[in-house]
Design a protein around this ligand. Structure first.
Ligand SMILES: [Zn+2]
Length: 317
């Protein structure tokens, strides 16, 4: 019993050390973002957003022979695409999904583990918070396989963010029901996260040369093509949609944690697609750019968010 107690103290001590270590290169951050003014662009009030998140997407595995839809989508005139989107220095899920959702660097949201202990997500919240402040009638939805995203980042602010454990195929089915039937509600902003590519990478290897890994990308490519056909039908019906495809980190060998010096881990994909919108050219995005881009597209300008974010909108002024 005593041994166990000593051991558990030691584990807590180790975990604390790891966190202190990660934060030691962070400049001290003082929250002085007291201006909560919002400016809304009414001409963008009806716009909608679909975010497709894929865990553990190594960028060079996105190839014409593997993922023909994503390959073509990257060449589309209405698409911003980079295969060098910068991930956070802590190259695993917790810090990166947090930066994608908050627009803030891990030094600020202080998610330094996949356990989310000691985080500052109340100070650097999910971008849903600003959308709900700006237009509370809008439906913000988050459907994820890795439930930590909803439990720790999204559920406080989202209108619908289930925390039951579901697999990727269920994420896809729920997305179809939301978009096609408006069930259980009609999403204005829909965030999806698929997790099984990461698991495949850990089991077999994150590589374009690993058939299990590329086979699963092909499965996701089918999901994305199918979701895009729904969005395109809505666009033909007069709805304006921004579609983003993002990932939290790449991978190398059978892992990705602690490999920031490896470009196959440090870089991943980022897509932004919206007809008639000009995106920045020759610009390489980072995880923190997703949230400012979404808010910009939706015509929501928050002084508080702008003060806190480390990202910029990929949309050209
Ligand atoms: Zn991950």
């Amino acid at each position: 019993m005593r041994k166990l107690l000593v051991l558990s103290f030691f584990i807590v001590f180790l975990a604390t050390c790891e966190q202190d270590d990660a934060l030691k290169d962070c400049d001290e951050w003082i929250t002085i973002c007291s201006d909560t003014t919002m400016a809304l662009d009414p001409s963008k009030a009806n716009r909608k957003v679909l975010i497709i998140g894929i865990d553990g997407f190594r960028a060079d595995a996105m190839q014409e022979s593997v993922s023909p839809f994503m390959y073509g989508f990257a060449q589309n005139d209405d698409t911003y695409f980079t295969d060098q989107n910068h991930v956070q220095e802590l190259t695993f899920s917790g810090p990166n999904w947090s930066s994608l959702c908050t627009g803030a660097d891990f030094c600020k949201h202080t998610v330094t583990t996949n356990g989310f202990g000691g985080n500052s997500l109340d100070v650097f919240p999910h971008f849903f918070k600003y959308l709900e402040q700006a237009r509370p009638q809008k439906n913000t939805v988050s459907v994820v396989n890795w439930t930590e995203i909803n439990e720790d980042i999204a559920s406080t602010f989202a209108d619908y963010a289930p925390t039951e454990s579901i697999n990727d195929n269920e994420v896809f089915t729920i997305a179809n029901n939301l978009l096609n039937q408006g069930s259980p509600l009609v999403p204005d902003v829909l965030f999806l996260q698929f997790d099984e590519l990461d698991a495949t990478g850990h089991d077999y290897g994150f590589s374009p040369d690993v058939v299990e890994y590329t086979d699963y990308i092909a499965t996701l490519d089918g999901y994305i093509e199918s979701l895009m056909s729904i969005i395109n039908a809505k666009r033909l019906n007069g709805e304006d949609w921004l579609v983003c495809i993002i990932s939290d980190h790449g991978g190398s060998g059978k892992s990705h944690g602690g490999k920031y010096d490896n470009p196959n881990v440090r870089h991943t994909i980022m897509y932004m697609n919206a007809p008639g919108v000009n995106f920045k050219q020759w610009y390489t995005s980072s995880q923190t750019d997703l949230a400012p881009t979404v808010l910009d597209y939706l015509g929501v300008e928050s002084a508080e968010f702008n003060c806190k974010t480390d990202g910029i909108s990929v949309i050209e002024d």
